[in-house]
Design a protein around this ligand. Structure first.
Ligand code: G6P
Ligand code: ZN
Length: 543
């Protein structure tokens, strides 16, 4: 075994987005493309001697190849030890859990999250730091800068490691330990939630479907929900991770999880439905004929958190991304705790959790989590709901309706304009930014603007500032229109339009969401010319 130095040249476009570097698999297959990015990670880490890392991915196509390459490169950089999930599998939350539990210096997650997989799909790589969370911007920017200046990378020519067998191996001097991908994580869940109560629920005949979408969360859901909690076999569907996710789009929203939605709307609907995404960090919560919005889910979990043993002592605070509805703010107010508003991207929650300011965090993009790890966590959210259902004896529908009756309802929807021309998307944002000052106090069809700005966040812990995080138009009654460009797309640009209307009148809590938001949709078009500028007749996806 020898360590080679291979000459290379920088590639364009290796700047990590909202959640790591995501590109087409074919781009990652370009000789040197993956290696350059990994070299840039190691250069950013500096002296790797004595370091322990965690490595795993969502099992998508190219996962195994990338793992072998990264192991050989880690060895060449003097890393002491790498924990790898068996089969190369570790969900994003499990990586975060393993980093923390085993006191690793960081981890590499191979995933493009909910983006489709397979030879023509997407691949991705992100670096997590020693708190278990996504690397903050100063690190991802340093990684990017290093991708632009490197001339060579270092790699061992050692043979492949057998990653399908639990146990120890070596690459050069580096120790590789292949671990059960589920065990550490399942142990943590058993400490946070009342497994006895949930077992009792299933024993009484409670029915559920968890859709693993042929992605990373399946094995976790099977081991915990069917294994430890005694739900009948078949509760977890599509539980086998596949390299192309069975050709589906592993994004748990009502559009992509159509099969589950159909089941939950039909006559044989189980009591509870849930799904997770490609790398297991997102979740969707469903009752009979009811899809709980992620923003409501965060608020309802917050309002009922104390039923779970891990949260019995109360919450330090709640944090939500700016476009997420303000439903959680109302719960925070009732609980007398702070609610933080951060830019989109789970990484912005890290400091708040590390500093003990926030316990629960959530995003409109089907992400919910807490300070138990530093990533959002799909299976965790589902277990939290199970714990609440078991402890209260109420149905999902009852919990949601009682929540609205108490706090009011935040009608909420996101309209995505996907794969539009980059220039057109930037035009929309530029035009909005130019007109922002003129919006303030302006009246539109039943609404008056209280505040219009380009969201800027100043981190209360390290005072770092993130600006241009999305255009917000907030009305006098708290209703909001938000525009931003997605940071996770791999084709053209995606414009996201987020709409929220607050309603406290008990007689108006049961409107159709899109109807309730129609006036705001019209105002959004009036101020942005989104359809006109992108040449679209309407959004490509509505969630
Ligand atoms: C990933 C991140 C989330 C983020 C989401 C949407 O899932 O982990 O934190 O909310 O992407 O990002 P986007 O920039 O596409 O709206
Ligand atoms: Zn994900």
């Amino acid at each position: 075994m020898t360590i080679q130095t291979v000459a290379t040249r920088p590639f364009n476009g290796q700047r990590p987005g909202t959640s790591g570097l995501r590109k087409k698999v074919t781009e990652f297959q370009t000789p040197g493309y993956l290696e350059n990015f990994v070299e840039a990670i190691f250069t950013t880490l500096g002296d790797c001697a004595g370091m322990t890392l965690v490595l795993g991915g969502d099992g998508r196509f190219f996962n195994r190849t990338a793992i072998q390459t990264i192991l050989r490169m880690a060895a060449a950089h003097g890393v002491r030890k790498v924990f790898v999930g068996r089969g190369g599998l570790l969900s994003t939350p499990a990586v975060s859990c393993v980093i923390r539990k085993r006191h690793a210096n960081g981890g590499i997650v191979l995933s493009a999250s909910h983006n489709p997989g397979g030879p023509h799909g997407d691949f991705g790589i992100k670096f997590n730091i020693e708190n278990g969370g996504p690397a903050p911007e100063k690190i991802t920017e340093a990684i990017y800068a290093n991708t632009q200046t490197l001339h060579s990378y270092h790699i061992s020519d050692a043979p492949e490691v057998d990653i399908d067998r639990i146990g120890a191996a070596r690459v050069e001097q580096m120790e590789v330990e292949v671990i059960d991908p589920v065990a550490d994580y399942a142990g943590l869940m058993a400490r946070l939630f009342d497994f006895d109560a949930i077992r009792g629920l299933f024993a009484r005949g409670f029915t559920m479907r968890f859709d693993g979408m042929h992605a990373a969360s399946g094995p976790y859901a099977r081991a915990i929900i069917e294994g430890m909690l005694g739900a009948p076999a078949g509760t977890v569907i599509n539980g086998e991770p596949l390299e192309d996710f069975g050709g589906h789009h592993p994004d748990p929203n009502p559009v992509n999880a159509a099969e589950l939605i159909a089941l939950m709307s039909g006559p044989d609907a189980p009591d509870f439905g849930a799904a997770s995404d490609g790398d297991g960090d997102r979740n969707m919560i469903l009752g009979r004929q009811l899809a709980v919005t992620p923003s409501d889910s965060l608020a309802i979990i917050a309002a009922n958190a104390s039923v779970a043993p891990g949260y019995r002592d109360g919450l330090a605070g709640i944090a939500r991304s700016m476009p997420t509805s303000t439903a959680a703010d109302r719960v925070a107010e009732a609980l007398g705790i702070a609610c933080y508003e951060t830019p989109t991207g789970w990484k912005y929650f890290g400091n708040l959790m590390d500093a003990g300011l926030a316990t629960l965090c959530g995003e409109e993009s089907y992400g919910t989590g807490s300070s138990h790890i530093r990533e959002k966590d799909g299976v965790w959210a589902v277990l939290f709901w199970l714990n609440i259902l078991a402890a209260t004896g109420k149905s999902v529908n009852e919990l949601v309706r009682e929540h609205w009756a108490r706090f009011g309802r935040n009608y909420y929807s996101r309209h995505d304009y996907e794969a539009v021309e980059v220039m057109a998307a930037e035009d929309v944002m530029m035009a909005l930014r130019r007109r922002l000052p003129a919006f303030t106090r302006q009246a539109f069809d039943g609404y008056r603007v209280a505040l219009a700005d380009d969201f800027s966040y100043s981190d209360p812990v390290d005072q770092s500032v993130a600006s241009h995080q999305g255009v917000r138009i907030i009305m006098d009654d708290g209703s909001r229109i938000v525009f931003r460009l997605s940071g996770t797309g791999t084709e053209g640009a995606t414009v996201r339009l987020y709409l929220e209307r607050y309603e406290s009148n008990p007689a108006r809590l049961d409107l159709d969401t899109q109807e309730a938001l129609a006036a705001l949709v019209a105002i959004a078009e009036q101020v942005s010319g989104l359809k006109r500028r992108t040449g679209r007749e309407g959004p490509s996806v509505i969630t």
